[in-house]
Design a protein around this ligand. Structure first.
Ligand code: IMP
Length: 221
């Protein structure tokens, strides 16, 4: 049977209106959310993990729970508006699919593909491989990304998209590796901050493999 583990929540700060809590995962992943709900995280049984995975950083329940929170926050922040969600291919596909179905807000979707990675490292040169189908002029734009590492990709996309005259432009990322930043990008909406480690699963790949894994993990060396 699955092993249920209740991870501890640690109060990280508070304001007059909201309390910010951080989920201190043993692996170093953390996230910030308003509210005080405590929920159990269902761990992935080691035997169910892919044989190439050394350890699971974020399991399905943790990802699902955090996406529900992000969707609620976006639905509230964009109430009365009809944003366009731009998924950055290919890594954002599972995140985008789950996020858009959890949102209670009318919205449209479009996709872009920018490439800078080869194996485990960024080449530093960002190329636009696929462009949007629709104009974003005068629209509220939410760019949906799987992970921000150096920030080069989103830095490039920000510059590119701003020339098209959107009404607003914000970034939504499932994962953020803030220690790796080379370009000043701070996403307004972030699922989890993680340490500087190469991760795969839930859309993230290593040379196109492992995108299908339902959890996010670290590869064996
Ligand atoms: P950045 O341009 O360095 O911020 O990298 C952004 C892109 O690099 C992401 O959309 C991913 O495709 C890829 N990437 C960065 N870190 C990882 C990782 O840990 N695993 C898999 N892909 C990654």
């Amino acid at each position: 049977p699955f092993r249920r583990s209740m991870r501890s929540w640690r109060l990280e700060g508070s304001s007059s209106t909201t309390r910010t809590r951080s989920l201190g995962l043993s692996t170093g992943a953390s996230y910030h959310c308003a509210g005080a709900a405590v929920f159990p995280i269902l761990s992935v049984r080691p035997s169910m993990a892919h044989p190439d995975i050394e350890r699971v950083l974020l399991d399905e329940a943790a990802i699902r729970g955090r996406i529900q929170e992000l969707a609620a926050q976006l639905s509230a922040d964009y109430a009365g508006r009809r944003p366009v969600l731009i998924g950055i291919l290919k890594g954002s596909v599972p995140f985008m699919a789950d996020l858009m179905r959890a949102m209670t807000l009318d919205h449209t979707v479009d996709f872009m593909c920018a490439s800078s990675y080869s194996g485990e490292s960024s080449t530093g040169v960002v190329r636009l491989v696929l462009d949007l189908r629709e104009s974003i002029q005068g629209k509220d734009v939410l760019v949906i990304e799987d992970i921000i590492d150096t920030g080069l990709t989103l830095g490039y996309l920000r510059q590119n998209l701003l020339t098209r005259g959107p009404k607003s432009l914000e970034f939504v990322t499932l994962l953020d590796k803030p220690d790796c930043r080379k370009v000043n990008i701070s996403p307004k909406y972030c699922g989890f901050k993680i340490p500087n480690e190469f991760v795969v699963g839930y859309g993230l790949d290593y040379d196109e493999a492992y995108r299908h894994l339902p959890y996010i993990g670290v590869l064996k060396k």
